[in-house]
Unconditional design. Structure first.
Length: 400
């Protein structure tokens, strides 16, 4: 597979940007194959680990992972393995009737862990509903994610405590929230960055295009991270766009780059580069992580109705976890003791998740009325009282 960085013109700074940095520049290009116009051909992308686990040099992005130690590589592997185990446990729990729904990340671990570990603590994350790996990187307890899909909480974590926003179910709307937040960060003079996650399906939403416009015009410090898993439920990417998704950034005046989304090192490097641009006042970047959703869109979906086993099997051969394991073994960065210990930890995580979900108490029926307004509201008070009367009516019926 060919290594390629993208090139798109860097936008001219707005009047409020730092002085002495106007003008345009281009990122470095290297020779690569033409972009894929249809499914099955090789796209141009940044890649640092091949599916066989071989390290590929990249003149433009190597510096962003030059300091990664063997210990950190093992940490990335651990993150992906435990995230996959948690995800598999959640799928099983849904099948057993313990969760109402689950959106699996199977196959997308490298995109999420690579980008998630590129973030600083003071950066802010706006996820969709599938970023379980990013939530792991931000220190969100996995059981909180399951509580939302079980229907016992509305997220279960304080977004301010982890700089990780609550999951967003409305497709694409979080990119607008991220853009507005990033504009505020810039006005505050902070050097932190914002990252918004979305999928290839969301890239067709008007909210995403509007986010691109505002972020470019206001030079907002935001990274748009698109996990292109090639299927918007049953709709393939080529039916949504005539050009590769990352190229859309050029029309809005900021850079786009496509990275191998199954390569955790590549995702780490490219995201670090994009975040560095944002923090230094160079504005937004679009990162397209070209990956594959190896499972169903959600547990209510049957992917065998719209795609074949051959396609899935081809992508299983590019498994993000397997390729890093091959690299660790070939480089003598991990031994069997490490993998055995991790397997034990994985089993323990699975047990903890199962036990925690089944022990979750029923939600407080009145919690929905909390935090609607900062200072309270008469209408909310009225609705709470009406709901209380409605609940009390069941008790009255039981007493009769």
């Amino acid at each position: 597979m060919t290594v390629e960085s993208t090139a798109a013109r860097t936008p001219r700074r707005s009047a409020g940007s730092k002085a002495g940095t106007t003008g345009t520049k281009r990122t470095t290009r290297t020779t690569a194959k033409k972009d894929a116009g249809a499914k099955g051909t090789e796209p141009q992308l940044v890649q640092m680990l091949t599916p066989e686990g071989k390290r590929v040099k990249n003149a433009e992005f190597d510096k962003y992972v030059a300091g990664v130690t063997p210990e950190e590589l093992r940490g990335l592997y651990r993150d992906m393995v435990l995230t996959r185990r948690f995800d598999a446990e959640a799928t099983s729990l849904q099948r057993q009737g313990e969760l109402g729904l689950w959106a699996s990340l199977l196959g997308q671990e490298a995109a999420q862990i690579g980008s998630g570990r590129a973030l600083r603590d003071d950066d802010y994350v706006f996820p969709t509903y599938r970023e379980h790996g990013v939530a792991w990187c931000r220190g969100v307890d996995p059981t909180n994610l399951l509580g939302m899909f079980r229907g016992v909480n509305n997220g279960g974590w304080d977004p301010g405590g982890n700089n990780f926003h609550l999951y967003t179910i409305v497709i694409g709307s979080q990119t607008l929230h991220a853009t507005g937040y990033a504009m505020g960060v810039a006005k505050d003079g902070a050097d932190s960055a914002v990252i918004a996650y979305f999928g290839d399906g969301a890239s067709s939403q008007g909210d995403v295009a509007e986010s691109f416009t505002f972020s470019a015009v206001y030079n907002a410090p935001v990274v748009f991270f698109c996990q292109n898993n090639q299927w918007a439920i049953s709709e393939p990417t080529e039916k949504q766009s005539r050009v590769p998704i990352y190229q859309r950034a050029q029309g809005f005046g900021f850079p786009g780059v496509r990275v191998d989304g199954n390569d955790v090192l590549g995702c780490l490097a490219v995201t670090r580069w994009a975040l560095e641009r944002a923090r230094s006042g160079e504005g937004p970047t679009l990162v397209e992580a070209f990956t594959y959703r190896m499972g169903a869109h959600t547990t209510s979906d049957d992917p065998t109705r719209y795609r074949g086993d051959e396609e899935r099997q081809a992508w299983e051969a590019k498994d993000p976890i397997l390729r890093l394991r091959r690299y660790l073994e070939a480089s003598n960065h991990a031994d069997e003791g490490f993998f055995a210990e991790l397997e034990t930890e994985s089993e323990a995580l699975g047990r903890r998740v199962r036990e925690a979900v089944r022990a979750m108490p029923d939600p407080d029926h009145f919690a929905i009325f909390e935090n609607v307004y900062a200072d309270g509201h008469a209408l909310v008070d009225e609705e709470r009282a009406q709901f209380a009367a409605y609940q009390a009516s069941f008790a009255d019926e039981g007493g009769n």
